[in-house]
Write a protein that binds this ligand. Structure first.
Ligand SMILES: C[S@@+](CC[C@H](N)C(=O)[O-])C[C@H]1O[C@@H](n2cnc3c(N)ncnc32)[C@H](O)[C@@H]1O
Length: 159
């Protein structure tokens, strides 16, 4: 997941959990422009304590992302959100927030993994396309790493 981030990108991680991916992101030098979201209070506190150089935002991504203000064009969102097991409303709101951000610029990307080779969620805009980036066979079960991005600038309102 971390290796998919290009040098110089601004990075948002959604659902940082225990910080396993976050640590890899910081190790490859994306610390200064990294913001992570975690909805679980205890995990968010732990992340703040362990990763003092990283900005941790506690809460649900779709509720909190507005607090960042304008987002940069070279944004990469790295997500561990378990879309397949989220409730309908949370699934919809999280995916819609991600799609709204991606629609603004084809330079923005979401990196997300899933299991069993099916893409993580159906985008809320037909101009957003999933692309398979790699398989991680060592994971149990094997994981597929996906990229979601706009083919070209789509405006800000999802269909
Ligand atoms: C699969 S786990 C985390 C995996 C992570 N890479 C790790 O190292 O632990 C997914 C995490 O996403 C968080 N989460 C799920 N939905 C979220 C949302 N909408 N906004 C923020 N965090 C979310 C959960 O609380 C959980 O900690």
């Amino acid at each position: 997941m971390a290796r998919q981030i290009e040098h110089g990108a601004s990075v948002i991680e959604i659902g940082a959990g225990t910080g396993a991916i976050t640590r890899h992101i910081t190790r490859i030098g994306h610390t200064s422009q990294l913001v992570i979201f975690e909805q679980d209070r205890r995990l968010a506190e732990l992340l703040r304590h362990q990763l003092v150089q990283v900005r941790v935002i506690e809460g649900l991504f779709h509720n909190m992302v507005g607090s960042l203000g304008d987002l940069p064009d070279n944004l990469v969102m790295v997500s561990s959100v378990p879309f397949k097991s989220l409730s309908g409303k949370l699934h919809f709101e999280t995916a819609a927030a991600i799609c709204r951000i991606l629609c603004v610029s084809p330079n923005r990307r979401l990196i997300q993994y899933s299991y069993f080779d099916s893409h993580p969620f159906v985008p809320h805009h037909s101009g957003l396309q999933w692309r398979r980036l790699s398989r991680v066979w060592a994971n149990l079960p094997p994981a597929t790493i996906w990229e979601l991005r706009a083919e070209h600038s789509l405006g800000t309102s999802p269909s």
